[in-house]
Design a protein around this ligand. Structure first.
Ligand code: DAH
Length: 359
C-alpha cells in the first residue's frame, strides 16, 4: 500500500514553495492533471485486490482533497499578494499639484459669473435662466415699458424679423430683466433668484458691445424692503471687490420696473493713470436697483397688496473690467490668446467665498 502521508507532506511542501500563480498552476497539473501523480495512482487501483482497493482508494481521495484544499489556500494567498503588489506599484500621489494647463484659460467673463453666482449663492439666491430670444412682451411691456414708452429708445433693440420680413414681436433681449417676468409667472413667492446671461443692444464702441452680459437679481416676499436691498448689495460689492470697508452710495434714479429706483456707486480714486477702488472722493456707477414696481408684480401674476420685493441689475463686463483692471471692453470678444493668458484664470482656481474668489 502506498503511503499517502509522505506524499501529502511532499505535495504540501511544493505547494507552499510555489512562488507565483503560474508555478502553482503547473504544480496542479503535475499532481492532479490527466497525467498527474495522483491520477496515475488512481489508475493503479484496478490492479489491486478488492479489500485493498477500497482502503487505498479512500486514502487517495483524502489525499486528493487535501491537495485541492492546499492549492486553493495557496492560490488565495498568492492572489492577495499579487494584488497588494500591484496596488503598491500603481499608487499615485494625489497630493501632487495638477500639471498646469499651458494654454487654456477661463475667460474673465466666465470667472466673474462664477464669482457672482458663488457670492449670491451663499446668500441663498438660486440661479434662473431665460432665452436670448425674448418676446417684446416680456422684455418690455410686462416690465412696465409699454410700446410708446421712451425707455424703449434707449435700449437700441434688435428686433427679429421673419422670413417674410414681418415682425412677430420677438427681440434679442436687451437686458436680463425679462427673467424676472418669467420667474414671477412661473413660481410663487418667496422668490430669491439671480439671472446671469447674454444680452444684446445695437451699439458698438470702446464701452459698448452689441453682445454683452448682465446679471439680474430678484427678491419677492411679504416683507423685503429698501433696507434689505441696501444690505444685500453692500454685502455683495464688498465680497466681490474683496474690500471689507469699501465706500458706496445709493443715488435716486429711474427705471420703469422699479419704484423707488436707485443706482449704486462705489468710491474710487483716480490719479497717475491708476484707478483705486473703494476709497476716495470719486464715484463709479456699478448697478441699478429698486423696489419692484407694483404694476410689474400685477402684470406678472403676483398680488401687489400681498407681496413686495426688490430687484437689481448690473453689467458683468463692467464689474469685471473694474475688478481686474481690463481697460477696453472690445478685448473681451477678440479671442486673443495673449490677452487670455494675461487676464484669464486657471481652470483649477474655482471661485468660492471660503477659498478666495480669484487668485
Ligand atoms: N435692466 C436694467 C438695464 O438693463 C438694469 C436694471 C436696473 C435691472 C434696475 C434691475 C433694476 O432689476 O432694478 O439697464
Amino acid at each position: 500500500m502506498t503511503d499517502t502521508t509522505a506524499l501529502e507532506s511532499e505535495f504540501a511542501a511544493r505547494i507552499e514553495a510555489a512562488s507565483d500563480l503560474e508555478a502553482l498552476e503547473a504544480l496542479r497539473i503535475d499532481i492532479l492533471g490527466k497525467k498527474g501523480r495522483i491520477t496515475e495512482l488512481m489508475k493503479t487501483l484496478g490492479t489491486l485486490a478488492p479489500d485493498l482497493r477500497k482502503a487505498q482508494g479512500a486514502a487517495y481521495n483524502l489525499l486528493k482533497d487535501a491537495v485541492e484544499t492546499k492549492l486553493g489556500q495557496r492560490r488565495q494567498a498568492l492572489g492577495d499578494a499579487a494584488l497588494a503588489a500591484r496596488l503598491a506599484a500603481e499608487t499615485i500621489d494625489v497630493t501632487l499639484p495638477a500639471r498646469p494647463v499651458p494654454e487654456g484659460r477661463i475667460h474673465p467673463i466666465s470667472q466673474t459669473i462664477d464669482e457672482l453666482v458663488s457670492i449670491f449663492g451663499e446668500m441663498g439666491f438660486a440661479v434662473a435662466e431665460g432665452p436670448d430670444i425674448e418676446s417684446d412682451d416680456y422684455n418690455f411691456t410686462r416690465l412696465n415699458i409699454p410700446p410708446e414708452h421712451p425707455a424703449r429708445q434707449s435700449h437700441d433693440t434688435f428686433y427679429l424679423v421673419g422670413k417674410d420680413g414681418a415682425q412677430y414681436g420677438n427681440v434679442l433681449r436687451t437686458h436680463t430683466s425679462p427673467v424676472q417676468v418669467r420667474t414671477m409667472l412661473g413660481q410663487k413667492p418667496p422668490i430669491r433668484i439671480i439671472a446671469p446671461g447674454r444680452t444684446y443692444r445695437s451699439d458698438s464702441d470702446a464701452t459698448h458691445s452689441p453682445n454683452f452680459h448682465q446679471i439680474e437679481g430678484l427678491v419677492i416676499d411679504k416683507t423685503s424692503n429698501m433696507s434689505h436691498l441696501k444690505g444685500c448689495l453692500v454685502e455683495f460689492v464688498r465680497a466681490f471687490f474683496e474690500i471689507p470697508d469699501l465706500r458706496y452710495r445709493f443715488r435716486p434714479s429711474y427705471f420703469p420696473f422699479t419704484e423707488p429706483s436707485a443706482e449704486m456707486d462705489i468710491a474710487c480714486t483716480r490719479g497717475n493713470g491708476e484707478l483705486k477702488l473703494g476709497v476716495g472722493d470719486d464715484w463709479l456707477e456699478i448697478l441699478g436697483c429698486g423696489m419692484v414696481n407694483p404694476k410689474v408684480l400685477a402684470m406678472c401674476g403676483i398680488d401687489p397688496a400681498e407681496y413686495q420685493g426688490f430687484a437689481f441689475g448690473m453689467g458683468i463686463e463692467r464689474v469685471a473690467m473694474l475688478k481686474y483692471g481690463i481697460p477696453d471692453l472690445r478685448t473681451f470678444y477678440e479671442a486673443d490668446l495673449r490677452w487670455l493668458k494675461h487676464y484669464g484664470f486657471l481652470a483649477v482656481d474655482v471661485p468660492t467665498l471660503s477659498g478666495g474668489l480669484a487668485r
